[in-house]
Design a protein around this ligand. Structure first.
Ligand code: HAM
Length: 422
């Protein structure tokens, strides 16, 4: 039996790990610059949390959740997204409330049972932010600016922000009425799913990918044409702010309703021309009703999540982050038992001094050990045999240009010398 990673999952191998690390470092640094604080939530939650917030008739809840029953018969679900868990945790920990203004960020794996393809996995990773406590359009702009700063710090080209407003509780019923009127006459020619969506949650018809339904979706009315006065003013202020601060290249995309039900007002996605069909590297928006829906006070909120696999894909294809070498500073090459003991002691001291180092543990000969030093990208190899120990002189090889120098065979001297060289 040959074991493979489950379909739709992948391993991050050591050669790719530096790209992931650089990505996470950059996100974290910029999140902190904007005064966001990290929050970590469990990878599974009560199923009800997602069903209520993302929406029963969304693709995520109706067909993509990894749901299981635990030994006590509770229904649990591997988180398909991070927003609902953050709201749950913030309420549970009394972190958000009427007079509090709170900003969170998170990293972590998410799980959706989707058909895997390039840029779409069943386990994928997100870096996200959520801000609670203000309906100020400046905050919508801030989160978009934050995403933009991450992407420009990473040097990602060809990105565009698609932006829309899906309205609030006041204007959504009006829009839903218009959608119903539009689709009513075409319903017989639409797919079975859409017929159900028409009854249960008309907005979700816009998510349909069936060719038969596409031509009717293209002609559907847009939510921005049904916005109430407050939503229209808010959206105009967001766009004006984006223009004034010259933050990003954006395009109003009046079809952008997003695949989760909790949005109110601004929605946005950052798309890359370098990716195929799955081209959204970031998605987010306002969700001013969600906190109250989960039993908290009425508290406006806005946030986004970045899909890290998709970013890694772009970074790897355009090699913009110098793939920091896996290399270490020192590889200790030894010949003979006494030298091996000396070498191991040197390693411990070098590492205590902050010098990354390693040696051979499989009894290879001198030539093979030097090859290992080369393979792990060591900057220096310290060559020491029992004879060198006796004479008190070892060899320090500079791996870059293969030059060698004699050095006193004493751990403190070698560590001191390397500290100066590195
Ligand atoms: P989302 O648009 O579902 O939003 O996901 C955000 C990002 O995660 C997408 O733009 C994409 O880059 C990545 N992503 C989603 N599904 C997959 C997948 N199957 N494989 C690989 N990458 C994927 C949310 O999850 C919201 N919680 C975002 C949010 C935060 N809204 C407000 N606050």
């Amino acid at each position: 039996m040959k074991y493979t990673a489950p379909r739709g999952t992948h391993d991050v191998l050591p050669e790719d790990a530096p790209v992931w690390q650089a990505l996470e470092r950059t996100c974290r640094k910029i999140f902190e610059l904007y005064n966001y604080k990290e929050i970590r939530t469990p990878v599974f939650e009560m199923t009800e949390l997602f069903a209520r917030t993302i929406g029963e008739s969304t693709d995520i809840v109706s067909k993509e959740m990894y749901t299981f029953t635990d030994r006590k018969g509770r229904s649990l679900t591997l988180r398909p997204e991070g927003t609902a868990p953050v709201v749950r945790a913030a309420l549970e920990g009394s972190l958000i409330g009427k007079d509090k203004f709170t900003k969170f960020y998170y990293f972590g794996p998410m799980f959706r049972y989707e058909r895997p393809q390039a840029g779409r996995q069943r386990q994928f990773h997100q870096a996200g932010v959520e801000v609670f406590g203000s309906a100020d359009p400046l905050l919508d702009i801030e989160v978009i600016a934050l995403a933009e700063q991450i992407f420009s710090r990473l040097g990602l080209p060809d990105l565009e922000v698609n932006i829309n407003s899906v309205g609030c509780k006041k204007c959504q019923p009006e829009y839903n009425k218009k959608l119903k009127a539009h689709f009513r006459t075409h319903l017989d020619d639409m797919c079975e799913n859409c017929k159900q969506r028409y009854e249960k949650n008309i907005l979700r018809v816009l998510d349909c990918k069936e060719t038969a339904c596409q031509k009717f979706i293209e002609k559907a009315p847009a939510p921005i044409d049904s916005l109430c006065k407050e939503c229209k003013t808010h959206f105009d202020q967001v766009l004006k702010g984006l223009d004034e601060h010259k933050l990003v290249k954006y395009k109003i995309n009046d079809r952008l309703v997003r695949g989760l039900d909790y949005y109110t007002g601004t929605t946005f996605e950052v798309v890359s021309k370098q990716l195929g069909a799955q081209n959204a590297v970031c998605g987010g928006g306002r969700y001013d009703d969600l906190v109250a829906e989960l039993g908290g006070p009425s508290l406006p909120a806005v946030g986004f999540a970045i899909g890290l696999e998709r970013l890694v894909e772009i970074i790897k294809s355009s090699v913009m982050i110098p793939r920091s070498k896996l290399g270490i500073s020192l590889f200790v090459v030894t010949l003979g038992e006494a030298a091996r003991k000396f070498g191991f002691d040197l390693l411990l001291k070098a590492r205590k001094a902050g010098i990354s180092s390693d040696m051979d543990y499989s009894g290879k000969d001198l030539k093979a050990q030097l090859k290992s030093a080369d393979r792990v990208g060591a900057n220096f190899a310290l060559i020491v045999g029992d004879n060198e120990l006796k004479s008190g002189k070892a060899l320090l090889k500079h791996m870059q240009d293969a030059s060698q120098e004699e050095i006193k065979c004493d751990a403190a001297t070698i560590v001191g010398k390397l500290e100066n060289l590195i």
